[in-house]
Design a binder for this molecule. Sequence first.
Ligand code: SF4
Ligand code: SF4
Length: 410
Amino acid sequence: MSEVTKKIEEMEAALFTADHCLSCTSCMSSCPVMEAEKKYLGPKMVGPAHRRMQFSQDDIEECLDFCSNCKSCERACPSGVAVSTLNMLQRAKYYETHAHSHCDDMLAHGERMAKRVRMLPGGPAIANLGMRIGKAMGVFGALGMAGERSIPPYAPKSFLQLFKDIRQPRSEKKVVFFPGCFINDNDPQVGVAFVKVMNANGYEVLVDEEFNCCGSPLVFMGYLAEAHEHADNNVAHIMKWQAQDIPVVACCASCSLMLKQEYHELFDDSKMQAAGRNVYDAFEFLEILAEKDELNTDFQPVEEKLLYHVPCHLKSQGLGVPAARILAQVPGVAVEQADAGCCGMSGNYGFKGDKYAISMKIGEKLFNRIKDADSDEVICDCGTCRLQIQHGTQAKTCHPVQILAKAYGL
Ligand code: SF4
Ligand code: SF4
């Protein structure tokens, strides 16, 4: 890397720090939690102020706990302060000296639980039955989770299990798919659709069973040291693929944001920034193909009226709406953007019992928009946003790549 590039990167990195906060309050007016919960003092008073003024931990603990890591504040900040990342760092610092609850432990370690469940014969069916009984008996509520919600059921076979049976045409053009926990264990058909779409574009899809969960739930719950281990492992594998000139692609906006941007911000490691350049969100990658005139546009008509909820973590990647732009080319598809703000789920935030009401209040605008839209289906590139939409509206949802697979007749 040249000296100039190095200097630019150093300057850009400095902009993420709290010292660039102007106290302009733009972040506060864009924070959905602050709008829904008056007890929350808001982004500027948590990460940046705490970092600069070193408040005592107990003074800010309640406020720190309110942040959902939706990153709306970061997108609003004219100084480029990584407000929600600072909040997550401060939350991790708090948990260096405070114990986590059982609820935090369960919500942060979904990957660990899924691996245990899948080790047992018939494990997913048994676990799903147990979760239904647990919900009916109020067990989850008693543990501090949102008892109003259903825990997403485990799919009978994970994506990685289904992948072994997919027959793909061999190709020189390859991508590695990063499924993430939710697609792997709960919604594997998104991953299957991605493989079909890439095959239709002449790519062979690889998987890497050495990848961990991206670590987003760990960061959100304040388990930063564990998240760092996940980051080190994932980055080593991304770089292995980078060395072979094979990109890594994710179908969950929270996973792709974590791999591309948050690792570097949280752990201040230039290797992580370099690895992030080899990671793409699915429709970002497909749009690059379109720009090179390499996207297969041999689409069959799909007669569907779609409402598109763009997840906060996709907005934070600054990509615009590549899925809407590509799906608009499919004959018969009508795509309208919901443009109704954050859904309120923010990964595991809405699963916490004491955050459920805030989560649903934030989602109200989107729920009303969906109820008024009269669409056939709501599309969204984030699995937990789709759960929130189903919970708040009973609308049918899918990932946009599943619509594209239909357009290829797959
Ligand atoms: S990340 Fe979201 S909830 Fe947290 S302070 Fe920023 S805007 Fe508010
Ligand atoms: S938007 Fe940025 S500069 Fe303005 S108060 Fe928030 S953190 Fe500070």
